[in-house]
Every structure is written in C-alpha cells, then in structure tokens.
Design a protein around this ligand. Structure first.
Ligand code: ADP
Ligand code: MG
Length: 441
C-alpha cells in the first residue's frame, strides 16, 4: 500500500523560449503526487515534457507557476533525497566504475573509507561485484546502466527518478535489468522509498508500476491516471495485464476529447498533424487488412507484427483515425468501410480517397486548398502558410507540420509544392480539368 506523501505538484506550469523568441508551453496545470512504497510510471510521447517534469521534481529546474513540495516543504533547489538515472547512463569515461559510483558521495563530503564501503555495497546489489576497477567502455550497455543505477542508489535517496532508463538497452537486457530492479524493490533491498519511472514504453510501465499517469496535450497535462493492481511479478501474457496494456494504448493513441479545449483552440483546428508518412500509413493499412487481423486488431499485437518503432506507429494510427480510414477504441484499431475500400482500391483511386478525406478532416489542408482556389494564379508562397503555423507552433514544429501537410496534399493531389520556388500551387490536373482535357472517368 502506498504510504505517506513524499512529493506533491500542484498547478505546475513550464514554458521555454525557443531560439527564435517564441514561447512554447510544455507543461500546464500538472497535478501529481508521489507516496512512500509506490512505483509510479509517467508515460508520454517524445517531447511531451516528461524529462522537464522530472527535472522540476528533482529541483534542477524551476516551474514557472505552481507549487512543488517534498515532504510538505517547498522545493527551491536540488533535493538531496532525490536521485536520477538517465537513459544515456551519463558515466564519466575516464573514471572507473568504483570512482563513478563514489562521485556523488564525494560531493557530499562522505569520508573515503565510508565511500568505498557504500560503493561496494551498491555494486554488489546491482550485480557488479568485481567490476569496480573497470572503465565504462569495458562494460556492456546493460552493465553501464547498472553502474548508473548504483551511482543513484549510493547516496541513499528517498526517491529514485528513472528517465527512460531502459530505453537505450536492447529488449532482453532491458527486461533483465528491469526485473532485477523489481525483485530488489519487492524484497525491500533497495535503499529507497519510491520510484518514478518515465517511459514511452507502455508494456514497461504496466509491468513495473502501481500507478500510471499519462502526460499529454499541448502543453502537457496529466490527463489520465490508472491503478495497476495485478501482483508483481507481472508478465504481458497475463490477461489482466494485457487488458491494461490495451487500455493504455487506447488512451495514448486517441486524441483526448478535452485536449486543448479552451486553452489552445488552434490545436483543434488542425494546426498540428501527426508526423506520419504515407509509407507507414499504407503499411499499417495493409497489415491490418490481412489475416489474421482482417480489419480489426489489438494495437499492441499489430505494433508487434509491424516491427516498427512505436514512435513511428502512433502517428500512423492517429493519422488513419484522423482521416477516417480506421477507428480506434480502447486499444483496438478497426478499418472503417472506407478503409477497406482504400486497401482494395487501385493507386489512383486511393489517392482520390486520400485527397477527399484530407479536405474533409484536415482543416490545414482545406485551408491551403481554399487559399489556392481564391488566387487567380492558383499559387501562393509557402511562407503564407508557414507564418500562420508559426503563430501557434515553435518554428521546427511548424516546419514539420508543413512537411506533413505537403506530403499528404501531394499524395492526395490536393495541392503541389515546389521546393525550388517555395510556392504552393493547385495540381496540374485541375488546370487540365478546366480545359476539359482530362474530364470524364
Ligand atoms: P520528453 O522527455 O517527454 O521527451 P522534454 O521534457 O525533454 O520531453 O521536452 C519537452 C519539450 O520542451 C520539447 O519540445 C523540448 O524541445 C522542450 N525543451 C526541453 N528543455 C528545454 C530547454 N532547456 N530549452 C528549450 N526548450 C526545451
Ligand atoms: Mg525525455
């Protein structure tokens, strides 16, 4: 059972100023709490603000607004009771394993003999006995991360924050390390009271945590919280675990109805597009239409079958739903009748369906098309559109959204973009149609 309150965040907000001077909200109204005896997983896509939130909790970054307290006292600088583990291991290459682990103790003025004793103890705990004299480069990735964790534990923190700590490892190594950590936690051998695991890996979060929180939206809010009750150790084959994974997949891939409501209406007008290319969209459609799915799949299962990184697939799923080619619900994806028709259609018909859906469901594309139709020349500088986007998005993201809009628009033959002249234009066919040359089917 979760115990005393350790850390609490109320109404936390944070924005960053981009290089071009625009300000982008990363976190908004974040409410969260961490208690003794619990493992909490924080899930969210890349760029959703997870690392920023962790740094705020560790007292390394200050929130712009809201309150952050540790044991009911305001956090005003680095919290000594909080230790962090990073995806990148962050080991000093010129120091031995032992020296890397002792570093934090040295900074705290712990006497030499005591440092050695404590470092040995955590190295042993992490299965690294005998490796104290090794240099990081002599170790495998999994062992490096064991050193990273040992270094965090050696200061005997109360809270351990793990920022994608297993993401850089291959699947098996990551799983083994994760299971070792969980076994140590379950048997009370970790010198800590609470763990916050940040991940974009849903399975990992469900396997580890007592409670999941999902960070989403622009700017990010904690928008769902799910209790994970099956006893550990958990396996993904357990139906109860499976059902939870499905539920979380659903929550992560669906655009939340409340997302952006009020705060940022432009997001709802479609100024943001999932970064999905046509190749991935069609890949998903194809696999989904084939046996054994025949148009309906459990998202984790389909993701596994496609063997593409989740970060490529979420946007593809989202795009299919956005375009009305698939429905997503509770961790399942289902082809719509139009999606079925799309898969069976010939290339030119597909592009036609795509173009129609684009105009109906993607306001940005419809806006571009309307603008071009109103121009006597049928063309405008792309700057007109990118400047509009930059009112709402940071420049790099505006460019990315523009890139997606161009790729989709071209494919659907809704408009053209000329990289040399930097102009958007109506496609050639339209002009031909006007002169009657290509009319008739
Ligand atoms: P995550 O860990 O979920 O991938 P981050 O917290 O690292 O997300 O980043 C969230 C957003 O904030 C990103 O768009 C990132 O570019 C931006 N960001 C993070 N730190 C800074 C910073 N120091 N200055 C400017 N922008 C930042
Ligand atoms: Mg991060």
């Amino acid at each position: 059972m979760a115990g005393d309150l350790l850390m609490e965040l109320v109404g936390v907000a944070k924005s960053f100023r981009a290089a071009d001077g625009t300000v982008r909200g990363v976190l908004e109204g974040v409410e969260a709490a961490l208690h003794e005896n619990e493992i909490v997983a924080l899930l969210g896509r890349s760029g959703s603000g997870k690392s920023t939130l962790l740094r705020i909790m560790a007292g390394l970054v200050r929130a712009d607004r809201g309150s952050v307290t540790y044991r009911r006292r305001p956090v005003e600088g680095p919290v000594p009771d909080v230790a962090m583990v990073f995806q990148s291991f962050a080991l000093f290459p010129w120091l031995t394993v032992q020296q890397n682990v002792e570093l934090g103790l040295e900074a705290r003025g712990v006497p030499r003999a005591e440092r050695g004793r404590r470092a040995n103890a955590v190295l042993q705990l992490m299965g690294l006995s005998g490796f104290g004299g090794a240099l990081p480069r002599e170790l495998s990735g999994g062992m490096k991360q064991r050193v990273g964790i040992a270094r965090a534990l050696v200061v005997e923190p109360v809270i351990l924050l793990m920022d994608e700590a297993f993401s850089a490892l291959d699947v098996l190594t990551g799983e083994t390390l994760r299971n070792d950590i969980l076994a140590l936690w379950e048997t009370g051998r970790l010198p800590i009271k609470s763990i916050l695991v940040v991940s974009h890996n849903i399975e990992e979060a469900v396997i580890m945590a007592d409670r999941l929180v999902i960070l989403g939206g622009e700017p990010g809010r904690l928008r769902s919280e799910i209790a994970v009750t099956p006893p550990r150790p958990r396996t993904v084959d357990d139906p109860e675990v499976r059902a939870l994974i499905d539920e979380v997949y659903g929550l992560m891939t669906m655009r939340h109805p409340a997302e952006g409501a009020g705060a940022r209406p432009p997001a709802r007008l479609g100024y943001r597009l999932p970064k999905a290319d046509i190749f991935h969209l069609e890949g998903v459609l194809h696999r989904l239409s084939e046996s054994p799915f025949n148009g309906h799949a459990d998202l984790p299962h389909l993701t596994e079958e496609l063997a593409l990184p989740g970060d490529d697939l979420y946007p593809a799923y989202e795009a299919l739903a956005l375009l009305g080619l698939a429905l997503m619900e509770k961790g399942d994806i289902t082809l719509t009748p139009l999606g079925h028709r799309y898969v069976r259609a010939e290339q030119s018909q597909r592009q036609e369906i795509f173009g129609q859906q684009l105009l109906t469901h993607v306001p940005l594309a419809a806006h571009i098309r309307r603008t071009l139709e109103q121009e006597p020349t049928g063309a405008v500088p792309a700057r007109d559109v990118t400047e509009l986007l930059e009112k709402f998005l940071e420049a790099p993201e505006a460019r990315q959204v523009f890139g997606v809009a161009v790729e989709w628009g071209r494919y659907g033959e809704v408009y053209e973009y000329d990289y040399h002249t930097g102009r958007l234009a109506l496609p050639e066919e339209d002009e031909d149609a006007e002169t009657g040359e290509k009319r008739g089917e």
